[in-house]
Design a protein around this ligand. Structure first.
Ligand SMILES: NC(=O)c1ccc[n+]([C@@H]2O[C@H](COP(=O)([O-])OP(=O)(O)OC[C@H]3O[C@@H](n4cnc5c(N)ncnc54)[C@H](OP(=O)(O)O)[C@@H]3O)[C@@H](O)[C@H]2O)c1
Length: 369
């Protein structure tokens, strides 16, 4: 239901007269979406002070219910409010397109392809899109192009690669400042980095997977992580931000469980515990030569390769621990690789990447006026 303007709950006695509202629609209130709500509350006043924009959460959606309140919804307690007052059958995309505000921002914290497919329509209608959802940018090059820029808006996708780490901004800056990127090497799955780290610490793979799931590191569907698809998607996004035309079929992908390094695979449908022996043996091999396991992606001469590797002690990936991500850009301008490293998974850091993009979307006035 659409409520009329009023002081009911969004207000905070704020904003001052003359501030222009930007309507924020959060779609997906799972791990990342909930963390985003916790982080949004304390930054709203700062956004107003710096940009003169009243950043107002007006829409909140889960898969089976939604809430739309023009007067605003306090981020603090919004999840509970959605449960109590949410309405079934409220389509987020139609709600955004019908919303009267000239400044609207979709924050997509789902992994839903249907939401991703709506980006071009929203962008053409002047909506700014901020996504943790990778699907619009890692399908065909054509879908990426139509989802990245519309006639009246653009998408912000920093959180799709490396969670809150400034990977895509760095790639964009390198290109815009005329540097030539020779290669990219990366560890871009916090989940698989965590599994590699746990295996090297002597934990069976199956126990490490349970722990990763419990910590909220895994994708909504953990098979996306173990198949390597999630890394392949991120490498496609990085490559495209660097200006390359690459299709998913161009990626040479070896899945985490299907790696030739662990010997014959027990098969696709086998329980994860059936892979414990192969990973135990691989750990022994790694220890014997002082190497470590890493699930990596690389981009060289326009070709993307993704798979499990044994990294030697002199390699920068050897020092990675836990769920750390890292990206090494080797470029003409930088003699040593330009390295970005830090936590690359988990709801809080991903939400921070999303929130940073929301604030950028608010600052970049462009066609918004
Ligand atoms: N977690 C991380 O570390 C991380 C890092 C980088 C990027 N991401 C990306 O962030 C996104 C969210 O991840 P997550 O870990 O927060 O997943 P999650 O906990 O499973 O949450 C997904 C949310 O999306 C909602 N949803 C699904 N389809 C919807 C629809 N059509 N309309 C409205 N809501 C819908 C779900 O609602 P119901 O619960 O009602 O089904 C749920 O609230 C994913 O695209 C993921 O790839 C995550």
């Amino acid at each position: 239901m659409t409520g009329g303007p009023g002081p009911e709950d969004g207000g905070k006695g704020f904003p001052p007269a003359g501030a222009s509202p930007a309507h924020l629609f959060l779609v997906g209130v799972g791990g990342v979406g909930s963390a985003f709500l916790r982080q949004l509350d304390p930054v709203q006043d700062g956004a107003l002070a710096r940009s003169g924009v009243d950043l107002r959460l007006v829409g909140l959606f889960r898969s089976a219910s939604g809430l739309h309140r023009l007067q605003g919804i306090r981020p603090d307690g919004a999840g509970e409010r959605l449960v109590q007052e949410g309405k079934g059958g409220l389509d987020p995309i139609t709600t955004i397109l019908d919303d009267p505000a000239p400044r609207r921002i979709l924050v997509d914290c789902t992994a839903d392809p249907n939401i991703a497919e709506a980006y071009p329509r929203l962008l053409d209608d002047g909506v700014r899109v901020v996504a943790a959802n990778k699907l619009a940018f890692s399908g065909s090059q054509e879908q990426w192009r139509r989802s990245r820029w519309g006639r009246r808006g653009r998408a912000y996708l920093e959180a799709t690669v490396g969670a809150g780490l400034p990977v895509l901004r760095t790639a964009e800056d390198l290109v815009e400042t005329g540097d030539q990127v020779r290669s990219v090497e990366a560890v871009l799955s916090g989940t698989l980095a965590f599994l590699c780290s746990e295996i090297m610490a002597g934990r069976p793979l199956s126990r490490a997977v349970e722990e990763a799931r419990a910590r909220g590191y895994t994708e909504p569907d953990p098979r996306e992580d173990l198949s390597g698809q999630d890394v392949a998607r991120k490498m496609l996004i990085v490559a495209r931000e660097l200006g390359l035309h690459v299709e998913p079929a161009d990626v040479a992908l070896e899945g985490f469980l299907a790696s030739s390094l662990t010997g014959p695979s027990p098969g696709d449908g086998a329980p994860i515990a059936d892979h414990d022996g192969g990973f135990r043996a691989l750990r022994e091999r790694a220890l014997a030569r002082g190497a470590r396991l890493a699930y990596t992606g690389s981009l060289r001469e326009g070709r993307i390769r993704v798979g499990l590797e044994l990294v030697e002690p002199d390699h920068p990936f050897h020092g990675l621990r836990g769920s750390e991500n890292t990206v090494l850009f080797r470029t003409e301008r930088y003699g040593e690789p330009l390295a970005i490293r830090g936590p690359g998974a988990g709801p809080a850091v991903t939400a921070a990447g999303v929130l940073g993009d929301v604030l950028r979307a608010v600052r970049e006035r462009g066609a918004w006026g």
